[in-house]
Design a protein around this ligand. Structure first.
Ligand SMILES: Cc1ncc(C[n+]2csc(CCOP(=O)(O)OP(=O)(O)O)c2C)c(N)n1
Ligand code: SF4
Ligand SMILES: [Mg+2]
Length: 349
C-alpha cells in the first residue's frame, strides 16, 4: 500500500528551468524505518534530478527486491518504473535500454540484490556498458528479511544478534573498476553534498555508471561493532568533495584552478574533484584500485568519484543500434526491401 503526499505546493518553492519544483520529483510517502539511510538516497536522487532539470517522464526507474529496491516508489512519482524479481533487474534494464534509448535508466539495488543473487547479472551490465546509472544502497545486510549478513558485510563486523561475520566482504566498487566499468563512485547516504553531484554526473555519463552508497540499516546494522553503522562510517570516511557543472552553465569563472581535477563528460558537463590525494587520477583504473585497496587495508571508506572513462561508448553504440526507440520505427525503416532480403536469403543458402 502506498500513501501519497498532498498536492499542495508552497507558492515560493523555487523552479528549475523546466518550471518544475522539487516537489514534482517526489514519490509516495516512505514506509521504511525512520532514519533508514535508503530514504536519504531517495532524497538525493530527487534533488539531483530536480537540479539537472531532467523531465520526470524521461526517467525509467528499475529495481530488484529488498528495502532498497522498494525505494523507487518514494521518489520520481511521475517517472516510469519496473520492480523486477530479486537480482534480475540488470536483464530488464539491458532489454529496456536497447529497445528505447531515449529514456534515462536509473537502477536501484541492494547489496543482497546485487552481490549475492544478482551477481551473475550485475557483471554483465558492466561488461556490456549498458547506458544506465546503477546505485547500490549498501547496508551490509538483508534488511527486508530481518538483517542477515550480506556478501558485502565486512570481516569481523558484528550483526545485531552479536555474531561476528567470518568472511571477507565483496567490495563492489573494486569489482566494478576491475571488471571494466566506465564510471565508478562511492558515497555515504548521510553526505548529500557529495552524493547529489555524483548522481548528477552518473546520469550525464554515457555508459554504465555505478555508485556504491554506504547506507546504514538503523534496525539491523546500526549497533556497536557493525562496520556499516552511522557511527562507524562517519569515523572512517575519506571524502573527496566534488561538484558537477552541467554543460549549459557558464563554468569558466566558477572554480579556482589548482586543488581540483576537472573531468569533462561526453555531453560537455564537467565534474570537479576537490582535494583528491595528490597522486589520484580519476581516469586511471590502476590509481583507483590502489587507492581502494589501501583504504580497505586501513579500515577506511574511500568515497568520491573513483574512476571515469570520459570516452566511454555504450552498448547502443557497440551494437550499432537504430538511433530511435524501436517502437517509433516505421515500416520504411523496419523493412529493408525485397532486394536486401533476397541477398540475405542468398547468403544463407
Ligand atoms: C528469489 C528470492 N530469493 C530470496 C528472496 C528473499 N529476499 C527478499 S529481499 C532479500 C535480500 C535483500 O537484501 P538487500 O538487497 O541488501 O536489500 P535491503 O533490504 O538490505 O535494502 C532476500 C534474500 C526473494 N524475495 N526472492
Ligand atoms: S529494515 Fe533496515 S534497510 Fe529496511 S527499512 Fe528498516 S532500516 Fe531500512
Ligand atoms: Mg542490504
Amino acid at each position: 500500500m502506498s500513501y501519497y503526499k498532498p498536492k499542495f505546493r508552497h507558492p515560493s518553492l523555487p523552479e528549475n528551468e523546466l518550471g518544475y519544483t522539487v516537489a514534482d520529483y517526489d514519490g509516495a510517502v516512505s514506509t521504511l524505518c525512520a532514519g533508514c539511510g535508503h530514504d536519504s538516497i531517495s532524497a538525493a536522487i530527487r534533488n539531483a534530478c530536480f537540479l539537472s532539470a531532467i523531465p520526470p517522464h524521461r526517467i525509467a526507474k528499475l529495481s530488484g527486491i529488498g528495502c532498497s529496491s522498494k525505494t523507487p516508489t518514494y521518489f520520481l512519482g511521475r517517472s516510469h518504473g519496473f520492480n523486477s524479481v530479486h537480482g534480475r533487474m540488470p536483464s530488464v534494464a539491458t532489454g529496456a535500454s536497447v529497445a528505447n534509448r531515449d529514456l534515462i535508466y536509473l537502477g536501484i539495488s541492494g547489496d543482497g540484490d546485487t552481490a549475492s543473487i544478482g551477481m551473475g547479472q550485475f557483471v554483465h551490465l558492466i561488461r556490456r556498458n549498458v547506458n544506465m546509472t546503477y546505485i547500490v544502497a549498501n547496508n551490509g545486510c538483508y534488511g527486508l528479511t530481518k538483517g542477515q549478513d550480506s556478501a558485502t558485510a565486512d570481516l569481523g563486523s558484528v550483526g545485531k544478534s552479536g555474531v561476528k561475520n567470518q568472511f571477507d566482504g565483496i567490495d563492489l566498487a573494486s569489482l566494478a573498476v576491475l571488471q571494466g566499468a566506465s564510471f565508478v563512485a562511492r558515497s555515504f547516504s548521510g553526505d548529500k553534498e557529495q552524493l547529489e553531484p555524483l548522481i548528477r554526473a552518473a546520469m550525464a555519463h554515457k555508459g554504465f555508471a555505478f555508485i556504491d552508497v554506504v547506507s546504514p540499516c538503523v534496525t539491523f546494522a546500526n549497533n556497536v561493532g557493525s562496520t556499516k553503522s552511522y557511527a562507524a562510517t562517519r569515523d572512517n570516511l575519506e571524502v573527496m568533495p566534488l561538484d558537477f557543472v552541467p554543460m549549459r552553465e557558464e563554468i569558466r569563472t566558477q572554480y579556482k584552478e589548482g586543488s581540483s581535477q576537472a573531468v569533462t563528460l561526453h555531453d560537455g558537463s564537467i565534474i570537479h574533484l576537490h582535494k583528491a590525494s595528490k597522486d589520484y587520477k580519476a581516469d586511471s583504473r590502476e590509481s583507483a584500485l590502489i587507492a581502494l585497496q589501501s583504504a580497505n587495508e586501513t579500515g577506511k571508506v574511500l568515497t568520491g568519484l573513483l574512476y571515469i572513462d570520459p570516452n566511454s561508448q555504450d552498448l547502443n553504440h557497440t551494437l550499432e543500434l537504430a538511433p530511435k526507440p524501436l517502437n517509433s520505427l516505421g515500416k520504411d525503416e523496419l523493412c529493408p526491401g525485397s532486394r536486401v532480403l533476397n541477398s540475405i536469403n542468398e547468403g544463407l543458402r
